[in-house]
Design a protein around this ligand. Structure first.
Ligand SMILES: *[C@@H]1O[C@H](CO)[C@@H](O)[C@H](O)[C@H]1NC(C)=O
Ligand SMILES: *[C@@H]1O[C@H](CO)[C@@H](O)[C@H](O)[C@H]1NC(C)=O
Ligand SMILES: *[C@@H]1O[C@H](CO)[C@@H](O)[C@H](O)[C@H]1NC(C)=O
Ligand SMILES: *[C@@H]1O[C@H](CO)[C@@H](O)[C@H](O)[C@H]1NC(C)=O
Ligand SMILES: [Cu+2]
Length: 390
């Protein structure tokens, strides 16, 4: 309620639509402490309040907050809504994907199926924006009427195993995975990179040890990777019930998700190619893999590192909310010029296609109908988006 009131106030205060915003020059210490990012988020929020389209207004607006800013009773309510999605039956047509038994399986399938179209492609950012919106909508039908929470990675730079998000309490998304000793490092070398990045094992490795989601059963996949994310060959595959695994890991967060890295990601690029390519550690633009998108996935580890099935990880959605927030803040610093997409319509352009455009439609049937990317560029445009980050 407090949030809603301040949203309404903001509308009253903001007069004419701003042109390009000019953030102040931040000192290194202000950047490293996170206060620059906070300021940038506030600027974006003010700007967003000048952009309401039909169907979105301050009373309908969903406020997306960092996990730690949500009260413990509310966090329990959120967890209950996630469990509600995980308990609802599948809504896919009968026998289309027999292994998909719950709505949560369906949502993971929606991502797995489209993997080759919506990663390292022009559809990456808008698809994931629409996808987490569809999840927020499903949460709404499960008693959670607020915005999707997000995970501010940089608060956990000393290790996600120390985070309230993963402390195993009933106000967390469950603990780390069961610790598996004596593992070897993993070697990261996405397409186009000439050198490898070594990722040390994290603090878990096995099934979520305790707390919410230690009993979560997932069923789809895993799917083989043969060098491209071709359409899944066989949706008739039998259910493969198993746990979600986690391997919380400070190393990628320290490399790619510090306040400095996140703030530079917002301030350093003035065009969508450089912004999107660097955010995603895409070798066509960036000089290292990982970066803020990959860093969060690897920082959670386990199931979160499965490109197709990472949405099975309950923290996936909070991670992607923060990815979306970084994009959202960047967009609002020059809203008129920052509503484009970069790259083609397939993963690393395999197989080759034309460039994606904002006239393309994205759909997540049966969870979300086709929408033009153009409509997904305004988080308060109302057709259908209506959310902000605070
Ligand atoms: C750890 O791995 C090494 C080399 O693979 C092996 O020799 C050793 O027995 C392992 N230790 C444990 C506790 O599994
Ligand atoms: C990898 O090496 C090739 C050939 O030298 C070069 O064209 C390419 O830019 C390099 N890629 C990266 C990401 O540095
Ligand atoms: C991977 O599998 C897909 C679908 O079966 C196929 O079209 C593609 O050619 C395969 N790629 C390789 C490198 O084998
Ligand atoms: C796609 O966009 C790139 C710039 O990102 C441009 O160089 C290229 O010519 C475009 N391709 C087509 C087919 O328009
Ligand atoms: Cu994804």
């Amino acid at each position: 309620m407090k949030m809603l009131t301040s949203s309404i106030l903001l509308v009253a205060v903001v007069a004419a639509p701003a042109l390009s915003l000019h953030p102040p020059a931040f000192s290194q210490s202000v950047i490293d402490s996170g206060s620059a990012l906070k300021t940038l988020n506030s600027l974006a929020l003010l700007e967003a309040h000048t952009k309401f389209g039909p169907g979105c207004n301050p009373l309908k607006l969903k406020i997306r907050q960092e996990w730690r800013r949500i009260s413990k009773p509310r966090r329990r309510k959120f967890i209950a809504a996630v469990k509600c999605i995980q308990a609802k039956p599948s809504i896919l047509p009968p026998n289309q994907v027999p292994a998909s038994m719950t709505l949560y399986d369906d949502l993971a399938w929606a991502h797995a199926l489209r993997t080759g179209l919506v990663h390292n492609s022009g559809w990456f950012l808008p698809f994931h924006r629409y996808y987490i919106y569809a999840y927020e909508k499903a949460l709404g039908e499960c008693g959670w009427d607020a915005g999707l929470p997000y995970w501010e990675w940089a608060l956990d730079v000393n290790g996600p195993h120390l985070s309230p998000l993963f402390d195993g309490s009933d106000t967390s998304l469950g603990s780390d995975g069961v610790f598996i000793s004596n593992r070897t490092a993993s070697v990261l070398q996405p397409p186009g990179f000439n050198s490898t990045t070594i990722i040390n094992p994290g603090t878990g490795g096995g099934c979520i040890r305790e707390g919410p989601f230690s009993d979560l059963v997932i069923r789809l996949g895993p799917y083989a990777f043969n060098g491209s994310f071709a359409p899944l060959p066989d949706s008739q595959q039998a259910a493969n019930p198993r746990c979600v695994t986690r391997d919380l890991n400070a190393q990628p967060i320290q490399m790619w998700n510090t306040f400095r890295a996140v703030t530079r990601q917002i301030l350093d690029y003035d065009n969508i190619q450089d912004f999107a390519g660097n955010l995603d550690g895409d070798s066509r633009v960036a000089n290292e893999p990982g970066r803020v998108h990959g860093g969060g996935h690897i920082g959670i580890g386990g199931t979160a590192r499965d490109v197709r099935l990472s949405p099975y990880e309950p923290a996936f959605w909070l991670h992607h909310a923060n990815v979306d927030r970084v994009w959202w803040v960047w967009q609002h610093l020059d809203f008129e010029t920052r509503r484009g997409v970069w790259a083609t319509r397939t993963w690393f352009n395999i197989p080759p296609t034309d460039n994606a455009t904002v006239e393309d439609y994205l759909e997540i049937e049966p969870h979300a109908p086709p929408r033009k990317i153009r409509e997904l560029m305004n988080s308060v445009g109302g057709s259908p988006l209506c959310y902000v980050y605070v």
